[in-house]
Design a protein. Sequence first.
Length: 78
Amino acid sequence: MQKQKLPAQYAGALAEYALDWLDLSSAVLLRYDRCEWILTAEQEIGYLFILLSGKAKVCMSDASGHSLLLAYYLSEGI
């Protein structure tokens, strides 16, 4: 994961989600490599994630160990 201060060109994306009122002084841009995990089940959520580009899957494991796909994001989503 690469972390950097949120560039001004991405601040407009927050308006699409009615979040443009937020103080962006602590906002960051996180870049992940292909197939890199963003979070695991036991991990605390430290950010509100907004997908600006790329793909992301949200999965969970059931009691029998099978992986269940809960959501699949293409290019945009919270």
